[in-house]
Design a protein around this ligand. Structure first.
Ligand SMILES: C[S@@+](CC[C@H](N)C(=O)[O-])C[C@H]1O[C@@H](n2cnc3c(N)ncnc32)[C@H](O)[C@@H]1O
Length: 254
């Protein structure tokens, strides 16, 4: 995992984390986390195929990021349906499988890594996935700036970067106040589905979600069962082969 210069993280948000007292509601999560990103932009090269897919298909299947302008799923998808957001789809392997398995749901996959966007665009086209759109931007900024409170049926966060070094824990996606932001965007009885192969992150995420007002563990105190529609990816198989357990969490907003 790439390291970024320490200077990036030296600001007042540095004190925010699950060890800190529960924060009072803030105006802006992104302002609070200014300069702290949950991803490291990798220099990774795009294959010719990914580049062509990106160049030819982005205009069709990517939704634009327009700061401050509300995102209206009904307009983006041309229909009214449950709206599920996946944060950090990587190469989009699970994303495409799930969208194909659940055609009655509208899915928005969010990713900053351009090769992955190119790859998933090609899957949308080749598999005629009409219920899947992509946002090529920072999910946190989008959720805060463009997504209306009470409008998301579910969040998927699969194998997010674990940021294992202690000084990088503040970059983890699942922590307060980011979880408060996610909770605020959920519809009543909306869900958050988190999966990791990193035991310590699983415990950390469970603590953060337990302390987030409005969210309840559907599997009280414990780990969730795999959703039948979530495929086992190559990455996950490797984790299992290497002896790491897969931990799943499923929270709802009653
Ligand atoms: C470890 S990868 C996992 C990818 C995929 N979910 C999987 O299961 O293989 C985490 C991904 O999340 C993306 N990511 C992290 N924070 C993000 C953010 N705030 N907005 C968009 N993408 C993000 C990273 O670029 C990276 O591709």
């Amino acid at each position: 995992m790439d390291d970024e210069p320490d200077t990036l993280n030296r600001n007042s948000a540095e004190t925010v984390g699950p060890d800190s007292p529960a924060p009072a509601p803030r105006e802006s999560v992104t302002a609070l986390r200014r300069g702290i990103r949950s991803y490291a932009l990798r220099a990774g090269r795009m294959t010719e195929f990914q580049r062509t897919s990106f160049e030819t298909l982005a205009a069709r299947w990517c939704v634009p990021f327009r700061s401050g302008e509300p995102f209206v799923p009904e307009t983006a998808f041309g229909r009214t349906a449950p709206f599920v957001v996946e944060i950090g789809f990587g190469m989009g392997v699970a994303t495409a499988e799930i969208a194909a398995a659940l055609p009655a749901t509208n899915f928005l996959g969010i990713e900053v890594h351009t090769p992955g966007v190119g790859k998933l665009l090609s899957e949308i086209e080749n598999r005629s996935l009409r219920n899947l759109r992509i946002l090529h931007h920072d999910a946190v900024e989008f959720l805060e700036d463009c997504v209306r409170p009470g409008s998301v049926s579910g969040f998927h966060v699969f194998f997010p970067d674990p940021w294992p070094k202690k000084r990088h824990h503040k970059r983890r996606l699942i922590q307060r106040p980011l979880t408060d932001l996610l909770a605020s965007r959920l519809v009543p009885w909306g869900y958050l589905y988190f999966v990791t192969d990193w035991e310590e992150y699983a415990l950390w995420a469970r603590d953060a979600l337990d302390s987030t007002p409005g969210l309840t563990n559907r599997f009280p105190g414990g780990w969730a069962d795999r959703a039948p529609w979530r495929p086992v990816t190559k990455f996950e198989r490797r984790a299992l082969t290497e002896g790491r357990e897969i931990r799943e969490l499923w929270y709802v907003k009653p």
